[in-house]
Design a protein around this ligand. Sequence first.
Ligand code: AHM
Ligand code: MG
Length: 339
Amino acid sequence: MLVNRKVQTLDEFTIQQMRDFPNATGELANLLRDIGLAAKRINVEVNKAGLVDILGEAGQVNVQGEDVKKLDIYSNNQLMGVLKHGISCAGIASEEIDDFIAFNDPVSNQSKYVCMFDPLDGSGNIDVNVSIGTIFGVYRRVTPIGTPVTKEDFLQQGKKQIAAGYIVYGSSTMLVYATRRGVNGFTLDPSIGEFTMSHPSIQIPEFGQTYSVNHGNFFKYPKAVQQYITHCQKKEASNGGPYTQRYLGCMVADVHRCLIKGGIFMYPGTTNKPEGKLRLMYECNPFAFIVEVAGGTASNGKDRILDIEPNSLHQRSPIFIGSKGMMAELHEFINKGVE
Ligand code: AHM
Ligand code: MG
């Protein structure tokens, strides 16, 4: 068998990154490997979702009051399982679970990281074979090593993230993760079952040609957001509008497009849900971290997402995220108020 030594796997990359820090313990590299392993298992099930009886709803409602799909449960269990049995994570919080879980065993209590995740984002897309994803954020615990983790280890501002990433199960499966040092993307090579470096040092373009928003809610958005959307549809939009509208209903896939090609993604508050739909801890913070490291911007329309002080694990936040230039334009509309 021919081995292409130009290929760099996710594990090789994270270990190489660690070598630049003589005091690094390798815990983060381990944790990312564990998440990569869970992602590969989830990917296998996602790919055969149409074949086996895991489509559709599992007949439960999650803590957000939404239907839980079977693959959501499977993905949640895979991530929880690898992180619990690994040696680098002291506890988790998941969009699918009401409260955080402290692993509370002698090995896990020695770990310095906690992980928060949305195991299967955009799960409404499963039944129709459209992209879905996994999102995660990693924080350094604030309670002493050697003790079980507590809620304060999880309720930290997004800017405290050590790493954040996502996996998009799309036409190919990709894992993208960011540390303060940069954002890198790895595509799963199904022939060898490894995530291999495909998108090194991702930088989000300053402008893109697309905006991504649920138009069905248009009349429920704040007036300034409506005006910005209308502006995107017009010729005078900067960078040569009108922009193209793209919306898959899967934040992972929609923000991934913005990250690679430039663009803006919005999930504003609506008249009936002023805090919008997306969760600060599982969706907004990880993406805000990734996009900022890549040179973009993320806000709730007023404040930087990463500065928001969380008060509950499942709180929601409006989010506007993407290319710096487009975000600046949006903020101009919001700041000048409605005409
Ligand atoms: P989920 O975590 O329950 O799958 O919901 C989150 C998803 C996001 O991926 C996506 O951006 C949004 O819900 C779409 O919602 P809507 O159908 O209201 O536009
Ligand atoms: Mg989600």
